[in-house]
Design a protein around this ligand. Structure first.
Ligand SMILES: Nc1ncnc2c1ncn2[C@@H]1O[C@H](COP(=O)(O)OP(=O)(O)OP(=O)(O)O)[C@@H](O)[C@H]1O
Ligand SMILES: [Mg+2]
Length: 241
């Protein structure tokens, strides 16, 4: 269907006998940053894994860029133009920054290694350093940079701000906004509720494998009570001291 990058309907996902997602539906439209929020264990990562084909849904439909992908293996979904940066930054510790960036096969598009270095000057400075010598923030930047080189139309990000200092979080979020400016669509899983709703166009909140809120991100951001109640204790960490 034109006008939609991703459209998931009634996804049910299990790990063995554990029923985790109970009918999750969500959409990402062209050029949108959509944030997926929720407490620990709400099912955010499982949703991304389901969309990526890593933990396929047992029921429901997924349409990505016009294709019905619910039964597709991950490599086919990636080849369609979907990038995925999982939780915990899986970069190659023994390769340098530069070598890490040469791992993905080029896909034609706006993002090249020089442009990625422009976007992340820190990575350019550390290009000869091994992955294991990087700080957490630099590792996250490298993981995102590597995904960008595949020039995805849709990027799935799982908690890119996890464990990062506030200034580095700002840096990473600035890049996510820059990606939207290039026409990329982003599905952003976050525990940093305030930071995420600040840059997102729309927000979904998951609780216990169900969507309990869906709406414009700015509307969500203004509802202090809802931010606290639905997003959980992690919202507290964004209080100004
Ligand atoms: N491999 C697995 N096997 C069995 N249960 C799992 C597995 N991975 C996750 N779960 C369970 O599925 C539920 C949803 O987990 P998920 O990782 O999707 O949550 P999340 O919203 O990403 O949480 P977090 O904010 O902690 O990353 C949790 O109850 C979790 O314990
Ligand atoms: Mg998770």
């Amino acid at each position: 269907m034109s006008g939609t990058i991703l459209s998931a309907r009634d996804l049910s996902t299990f790990y063995g006998k554990s029923h985790i997602l109970h009918g999750v539906s969500l959409d990402v439209r062209p050029g949108e940053i959509v944030t997926l929020l929720g407490r620990n264990g709400a099912g955010k990562t499982t949703t991304l894994r389901t969309l990526m084909g890593l933990t396929p849904a047992r029921a429901g439909t997924i349409e990505i860029l016009g294709a019905q992908t619910a039964a597709w293996p991950p490599f086919r979904i990636a080849a369609l133009g979907v990038g995925y940066v999982p939780e915990g930054r899986r970069i190659f510790a023994n390769l340098t920054v530069d070598e890490n960036l040469k791992v993905p096969r080029d896909r034609a598009g706006p993002w090249t290694i020089p442009r990625v270095y422009e976007l992340f000057p820190r990575l350019a400075e550390r290009r000869q350093n091994k992955g294991r010598q990087l700080s957490g923030g630099e590792q996250e930047m490298l993981a995102i940079a590597r995904a960008l080189l595949l020039n995805p139309q849709l990027l799935l990000l799982d908690e890119p701000s996890q464990g990062l200092a506030p200034l580095i979080v700002q840096e990473v979020f600035r890049v996510i906004v820059a990606m939207r400016a290039e026409g990329m669509s982003v599905l952003l899983v976050e525990q940093n509720v305030r930071a995420a709703v600040d840059i997102a166009d729309r927000a979904y909140v998951l609780d216990d494998g169900r969507v309990v809120y869906e709406g414009p991100a700015n509307e969500f951001a203004q509802d202090e009570e809802r931010v606290r109640a639905l997003a959980g204790a992690s919202a507290e960490s964004w209080e100004e001291p």
